[in-house]
Design a protein. Structure first.
Length: 54
Protein backbone atom coordinates (compact mmCIF):
# COMPACT_ATOMS: atom_id res chain seq x y z
CA UNK A 1 0.00 0.00 0.00
CA UNK A 2 1.30 3.44 -0.87
CA UNK A 3 -0.28 6.86 -0.71
CA UNK A 4 -1.67 8.47 -3.82
CA UNK A 5 -2.57 12.10 -4.51
CA UNK A 6 -5.20 13.16 -7.02
CA UNK A 7 -3.51 16.25 -8.39
CA UNK A 8 -6.72 17.45 -9.99
CA UNK A 9 -8.26 17.78 -6.52
CA UNK A 10 -5.19 18.94 -4.53
CA UNK A 11 -5.25 22.63 -3.58
CA UNK A 12 -1.70 22.63 -2.20
CA UNK A 13 -2.66 23.38 1.41
CA UNK A 14 0.36 21.49 2.73
CA UNK A 15 -1.50 19.57 5.46
CA UNK A 16 -0.22 16.21 4.25
CA UNK A 17 3.34 17.51 4.12
CA UNK A 18 3.02 18.76 7.71
CA UNK A 19 1.76 15.38 8.91
CA UNK A 20 4.18 13.17 6.97
CA UNK A 21 7.06 15.20 5.56
CA UNK A 22 8.90 12.00 4.67
CA UNK A 23 6.02 10.85 2.45
CA UNK A 24 4.76 14.03 0.80
CA UNK A 25 6.33 17.12 -0.70
CA UNK A 26 4.92 20.13 -2.50
CA UNK A 27 5.90 20.49 -6.13
CA UNK A 28 4.58 23.31 -8.28
CA UNK A 29 1.86 23.96 -5.70
CA UNK A 30 0.59 20.37 -5.59
CA UNK A 31 1.36 17.52 -3.23
CA UNK A 32 3.58 14.81 -4.59
CA UNK A 33 4.33 11.38 -3.11
CA UNK A 34 8.02 10.79 -2.62
CA UNK A 35 8.20 7.51 -0.74
CA UNK A 36 6.38 4.21 -0.43
CA UNK A 37 5.68 4.68 3.28
CA UNK A 38 2.12 4.81 4.52
CA UNK A 39 0.54 7.90 6.04
CA UNK A 40 -3.05 6.95 6.91
CA UNK A 41 -3.70 10.13 8.92
CA UNK A 42 -3.24 12.22 5.79
CA UNK A 43 -6.36 10.71 4.20
CA UNK A 44 -8.64 12.36 6.79
CA UNK A 45 -6.50 15.49 7.05
CA UNK A 46 -6.83 16.41 3.39
CA UNK A 47 -9.62 19.02 3.06
CA UNK A 48 -10.50 18.02 -0.48
CA UNK A 49 -10.21 14.24 -0.17
CA UNK A 50 -7.38 14.08 -2.67
CA UNK A 51 -5.42 11.39 -0.83
CA UNK A 52 -6.07 7.68 -1.04
CA UNK A 53 -4.22 4.45 -0.43
CA UNK A 54 -3.46 2.22 -3.40
S1 LIG B 1 -3.60 17.78 2.22
FE1 LIG B 1 -4.66 17.41 0.26
S2 LIG B 1 -5.02 19.43 -0.62
FE2 LIG B 1 -3.49 19.68 0.98
S3 LIG B 1 -1.53 19.52 -0.11
FE3 LIG B 1 -2.02 17.45 0.66
S4 LIG B 1 -3.11 16.46 -1.04
FE4 LIG B 1 -3.10 18.67 -1.47
Amino acid sequence: MVMKVDKNKCIGCGACVSICPDVFELKDGKASVKSKKECPDSVDACPVNAISKV
